[in-house]
Write a protein that binds this ligand. Structure first.
Ligand code: HEM
Length: 427
């Protein structure tokens, strides 16, 4: 296939039509002919990118984005049950954040802030338009009293973030998504892709949009915390504890957004969740690499989790982090404990603050699982025992550091699984 042929193939699939159908019907009921066309284009792009690695930068970027978007349709066509990456379009979010290539901590941090702000505004705008009854999409089971309360909490959260560091962006007013793939890649801020190509719910249920956006905002937070922790560990290894403390302090700022975000999320009535839960199939955030990496880089691999990880394709390679020589934040804290090098106190204090913020979220999330899942549910969508799994792991904190790993779990991922860097084109 030649460059002009793949350009032509891209033109054949109207992005606006694809988004319109997905959002008005819900992807679980997507027209099968459209799904076939999207999946075929995915295969063509995949094949072309392997055979023709040298193309213009603009085309290469556009194909990268289109492949990430269409992956979900190819996946849904070939697999009976959705999983987290396809359901949440996480590969598209990662493209927007730029975590698909080597980037500095400050770049990841800046892009995460930008994305969180845009996503919050998008959710707020969706809810305000729903209140005004002018929102065309996701209007089934829309309870205006619930939405009213949610708008109030969203505005509070937005104001809280603005005080921290944000500059309020101009409100994004777009009548319809752009139709051709190139418009999304020509937009340097990547906002168009973030707004239109990440949240494509399975159903028309109003609160499924909230569910997806909460996941996207959480993913941005997990990335920012992870990047901050990695930067802090590297600084500490070089003895620069002041900058390690500063990196952790930034990570804490992000982590503290999780609790108010999930308090806003809890405005969703359990019966609304029940209406779209089945449509999410086997998608579970246990399959979130970013979250699991964040946990591993802060408190190490939990041996009790190794078996679950090895059995979960999206995160099977993370079992390699069980290696005794892997250095996580807790290990670094052990080495500075009892010493008084400059910056050690601030470093330990920031680690404690981060520990507290993440623990607070795990407690809140456990409460959510108990509240939303029927008591008789014996499995989570991620294949664990569900709430009992969360009860087993939520107490694992960074501090105290006197916890010592006793063994390297004798569990290996399947043989074809290879380790890969934190920032990777496969994200
Ligand atoms: C009604 C809403 C929710 C319920 C009932 C729920 C329930 C659960 C359950 C039962 C698990 C255990 C794994 C499994 O699925 O088998 C889990 C894991 C997880 N959930 Fe949720 N969840 C909800 C919303 C969310 C949201 C919006 C996020 C945001 C990203 C999230 C993040 C996570 C993460 C990161 C894990 C993995 C925890 C770990 O492995 O340590 N959850 N959830």
């Amino acid at each position: 296939m030649k460059e002009d042929q793949i350009r032509n193939a891209l033109r054949q699939l109207s992005v606006r039509e694809y988004i319109g159908f997905s959002r008005s019907q819900g992807r679980a009921s997507l027209d099968q002919e459209l799904r076939h066309r999207a999946a075929t284009l995915y295969e063509q792009i995949h094949w072309f990118r392997q055979k023709e690695p040298f193309t213009s930068k603009q085309l290469a970027t556009t194909l990268d984005l289109a492949e990430r978007v269409l992956f979900s349709e190819w996946f849904f066509l070939n697999h009976p049950e959705p999983r987290y990456p396809a359901y949440t379009n996480i590969h598209v979010l990662n493209w927007v954040l730029g975590t698909t290539r080597r980037a500095t901590w400050s770049t990841v941090r800046a892009r995460c802030w930008m994305a969180i702000q845009v996503l919050l505004q998008d959710l707020l705008s969706f809810e305000v338009c729903s209140l005004a009854q002018v929102e065309p999409w996701q209007q089934q089971s829309c309870d205006l009293h619930v939405v009213d309360r949610r708008v109030h909490l969203l505005q509070k959260l937005h104001a809280q973030l603005t005080n921290v560091q944000f500059q309020l962006l101009a409100r994004i007013q777009m009548d319809a998504p752009p139709d051709d793939w190139f418009s999304y890649t020509l937009d340097e801020s990547r906002t168009l892709a973030l707004l239109y190509l990440t949240a494509l719910p399975q159903t028309q249920e109003h609160d499924e949009f909230l569910f997806l956006r909460t996941i996207h905002i959480s993913e941005c937070i997990f990335w920012a915390v992870l990047a901050g922790v990695v930067a802090a560990i590297e600084s500490a290894k070089c003895g620069q504890l002041d900058s390690a403390a500063a990196h952790l302090s930034d990570a804490v700022t992000f982590a503290k957004v999780l609790v108010p975000l999930f308090q806003m999320f809890k405005t969703m009535p359990p019966e609304h969740f029940a209406k779209f839960r089945d449509a999410t199939g086997n998608a579970s955030a246990i399959q979130s690499r970013t979250y699991q990496l964040m946990q591993i880089f802060t408190a190490g691999l939990d041996e009790r989790n190794a078996e679950n990880f090895a059995a979960t394709p999206e995160i099977a390679d993370l079992v390699f982090y069980g290696h005794p020589r892997f250095v996580d934040l807790r290990t670094v804290l052990c080495t500075v404990e009892g010493n008084t090098p400059p910056g050690a106190t601030a470093f330990a204090a920031q680690a404690a603050a981060l520990d507290q913020a993440l623990y607070a979220w795990r407690c809140l999330h456990l409460g959510i699982a108990r509240h939303y899942l029927p008591a008789e549910a014996t499995t989570g969508t991620g294949g664990t025992r569900g709430t009992p799994y969360l009860e087993m792991i939520y107490r694992r904190k960074i501090l105290p550091t006197n916890y010592r790993r006793t063994f390297w779990p004798d569990i290996r991922p399947p043989v074809h699984v290879h380790a890969r860097p934190v920032l990777s084109p496969m994200n």
